[in-house]
Design a protein around this ligand. Structure first.
Ligand code: PLP
Length: 387
C-alpha cells in the first residue's frame, strides 16, 4: 500500500473534477472565441468556471483571469505590475521565503533595472508588517508576499500588510497557491490587489491557474497575441482544465473550515508523534499559524534525500527541503531564511496531508519513521553525534 504525503506538491484530481472535465476533452471541444454553437458552449463553460473561481475568493468574475498555473500568475503579477508602473517608481518589496516563481521574477527584474528588497522572516517564518512598512519608499510600486508558504506552511499576516499597502497606495500581490482551498481566502478581507492560485494544488488538473486582478488595477500583459481574457492574456483558453479548476475550487472552498479542522487534527497528531518518537527532531515553521496539512521537521544527522528514498521504499511519498539539481544539492532558501544551518536544512522532511489522508496513514508513518531514521543514522558518518 502506498501513502501519499506530498499534497503541497500536487493533488489527485477529485472524481467530480474528472467527471466535469471529460466531456470537454471530446464532444464539447469548442474554441471559446468561436461564435458557432460549440464555441458558444465553450464560452459558457469558461464563464461558469470564472464565476466559480470568483465566488471562492470573494471576487467579481470580471476580476479573474485564467493562466497556465501558479507560476504564470506570479510572473504576470510581478512583471506586469513592474512594467506598468515603472514610470512611477522601480522599487519592489517581497519576502525571502517566496516561491521561486516570485523570487526569480524579482531577480530577473533586477537585471532590467528594478530594485528589490527581500524582507527577512522571523524564526517561525513570519514576515513583519512593521518591516514591510519600514521598507516602503516613495518609489515603491509593488509588494508581493505569499499568503501561505509551500514548505513550512506559515500563514502570513496579509490582511495587515494589505491595510498598510493600501494606506501607502502601493499595490499588493499575494501568492495564495497553497492557501486557497486549505484556509478561507477572501480578496477583500486580505486587502490584496492581485492574487495567484493554481488548479493542481486543489484537486483540479495541472497546467491551469488564475490571477485575480482588482478592478481598476493596470498591469502589462505577459503574453501577447489574441484577444482572449479581455485582451489581457493571449492564447486559446485551456477549456478542459479551466472547467476542472472551476469544479475543483468550488469543492475545495465549500467546506473549507470542516476540512481544515480535520487536517489540523491529523497534522498535530503527526507532529506530536514525530517529535515524541524520533530523537533530535524539531518542527520548522510557526506551530499554529500554519496550513492545516503542513508538517515540516528537521531530522538531525541524516540527509533528507536518503530519508525520502527510504520512505519511498516503505511506501510513503514525502518531500524534503533539499532539491538535487544537476549534481549540486541546494538547501531550501526557506529553511535557511528561518535560520537553519545548511546541515539542518538538508535533513528536513516535509509531509503534507490532504483530503484523502486518514488517521491510519498518520499512524502507519509514525510506526515506520523511528526505525528508518535510526537505521540511516547508524550508517551516517555523523552517527557518533547521535546519542
Ligand atoms: N506558488 C506556490 C506557493 C507554490 O507552492 C507553487 C507550486 O509548487 C507555485 C507557486 C507554482 O504553481 P504551479 O505549479 O501551478 O506553476
Amino acid at each position: 500500500m502506498r501513502i501519499y504525503f506530498d499534497n503541497a506538491g500536487t493533488t489527485a484530481a477529485k472524481p467530480e473534477v474528472v467527471q466535469a472535465v471529460l466531456p470537454y476533452l471530446a464532444e464539447r471541444y469548442g474554441n471559446a472565441s468561436s461564435i458557432h454553437a460549440v464555441g458558444r458552449d465553450a464560452r459558457k463553460a469558461v464563464e461558469k468556471a470564472r464565476a466559480q473561481v470568483a465566488a471562492a475568493i470573494g471576487a467579481r468574475p470580471e476580476e479573474v483571469y485564467f493562466t497556465a498555473g501558479g507560476t504564470e500568475s506570479d510572473n504576470w503579477a510581478v512583471k506586469g505590475a513592474a512594467f506598468a508602473l515603472s514610470s512611477k517608481g522601480r522599487h519592489i518589496i517581497t519576502s525571502a521565503i517566496e516561491h521561486h516563481a516570485v523570487l526569480h521574477s524579482c531577480q530577473w527584474l533586477q537585471k532590467q533595472g528594478f530594485d528589490v528588497t527581500y524582507l527577512p522572516v522571523d524564526a517561525d517564518g513570519l514576515v513583519s508588517p512593521a518591516g514591510v512598512e519600514a521598507a516602503i519608499r516613495p518609489d515603491t510600486i509593488l509588494i508581493s508576499v505569499m499568503t501561505a508558504n509551500n514548505e513550512i506552511g506559515v500563514i502570513e499576516p496579509i490582511a495587515e500588510i494589505g491595510a498598510l499597502a493600501r494606506a501607502r497606495k502601493v499595490l499588493l500581490h499575494t501568492d495564495a497557491v497553497q492557501a486557497v482551498g486549505a484556509v478561507p481566502v477572501d480578496v477583500n478581507a486580505l486587502n490584496v490587489d492581485m492574487l495567484s492560485l493554481s488548479g493542481h494544488k486543489i484537486y483540479g488538473v495541472m497546467g491551469v491557474g488564475a490571477l485575480y486582478i482588482r478592478q481598476g488595477v493596470r498591469i502589462d500583459s505577459l503574453l501577447h497575441g489574441g484577444a482572449q481574457e479581455r485582451g489581457r492574456r493571449a492564447g486559446t483558453e485551456n477549456l478542459p482544465a479551466i472547467v476542472g479548476l472551476g469544479a475543483a475550487i468550488e469543492l475545495a472552498t465549500q467546506h473549507v473550515e470542516e476540512h481544515a479542522a480535520r487536517l489540523t487534527k491529523l497534522r498535530d497528531r503527526l507532529i506530536g508523534g514525530i517529535l515524541a518518537t524520533v530523537p533530535h527532531t524539531r518542527l520548522n515553521g510557526h506551530p499554529t499559524r500554519r496550513l492545516p496539512g503542513n508538517v515540516n521537521v528537521s531530522v538531525d544527522y541524516i540527509e533528507g534525500e536518503a530519508l525520502l528514498l527510504r520512505l519511498d521504499l516503505a511506501g510513503f511519498e514525502a518531500s524534503s527541503g533539499s532539491a538535487c539539481t544537476s549534481g549540486s544539492l541546494d538547501p531550501s532558501h526557506v529553511l535557511l531564511a528561518i535560520g537553519l544551518s545548511h546541515e539542518a536544512a538538508h535533513g528536513s522532511l516535509r509531509l503534507t496531508l490532504g483530503d484523502y489522508n486518514t488517521e491510519q496513514d498518520v499512524d502507519a508513518l509514525l510506526a515506520a519513521l523511528p526505525g528508518i531514521v535510526q537505521s540511516l543514522r547508524e550508517m551516517s558518518p555523523l552517527s557518533h553525534l547521535n546519542s
